[in-house]
Design a protein around this ligand. Sequence first.
Ligand SMILES: Nc1ncnc2c1ncn2[C@@H]1O[C@H](COP(=O)(O)OP(=O)(O)OP(=O)(O)O)[C@@H](O)[C@H]1O
Ligand SMILES: Cc1ncsc1CCO
Ligand SMILES: [Mg+2]
Length: 249
Amino acid sequence: MSAVMAMDRLDAARVASVLARVVENRPRVQCLTNTVAQNITANMLLAFGAIPSMAIHVDEVAAMAEGAGAILINIGTINAESELAIPKLLEVARERGKPLVFDPVFVELSPLRQHIAREVLRLPNLVVRGNATEMTALAFDLASAEGVTRVTTGKVDRIESGAASFSVAHGHPLMTKVTGVGCAAGALIAACCAVEKDPAIAAAAALTAYGIAGEIAAERSRGPGSFAVELVDALAGIDEATLAQRMAG
Ligand SMILES: Nc1ncnc2c1ncn2[C@@H]1O[C@H](COP(=O)(O)OP(=O)(O)OP(=O)(O)O)[C@@H](O)[C@H]1O
Ligand SMILES: Cc1ncsc1CCO
Ligand SMILES: [Mg+2]
């Protein structure tokens, strides 16, 4: 099956180039994420060659974000304090022009999440990564968000920005049986955004590598538990030859 296609086509060398820049530059990704996904997100970033920082205190997130290569905001377990940290992160992103990936977890389920999402979407040049339900719930707001890159994950990932669109058909259904796999995808996209100025290329590269890691992990695992472990190992082992072989398939 063709793996990455659409207006622009990413080949294995292009994906490998983004991954190599992550390994070389070791960008730190400041993650304000949910309590369920913190651990898998941090481990996935390390396997990818990036550095996780998971600071959440309202009085330090700005300082933590200032030296980071990119910022992730995920509202999966938003609470009264982490809600206050979000504007601090948005301010750093705006003032420093730092890449920011937003994951609107369960935005379709609560008015609070919708309110927060609308505030975050005021930031220009965001990358928004969600599943189809979340992205559909935000479709109206996304349509007017300035410079946004929309990343809808699922069996086929779709990446759309003003300049480019890609679809990535890698992955495995076991990726939906381990909590936080989608949340960690947002962090990997952020790591790529730290080293690749085109956010659509960054997202396509991250999701191609992650999907191929998912395919390899599925071959090596016995169910969701061992799959989670194998996914970290497979991501750590991705190289250009593996990408070329799987992308040609
Ligand atoms: N049916 C599928 N087949 C192959 N890959 C899939 C499938 N569904 C999701 N994926 C992959 O799993 C990863 C996570 O995407 P998904 O859309 O499941 O996130 P999510 O629903 O936000 O997950 P969570 O919130 O539990 O972290 C993506 O890299 C995506 O490509
Ligand atoms: C299960 C769950 N609940 C809130 S966040 C989260 C992780 C997957 O998004
Ligand atoms: Mg999710």
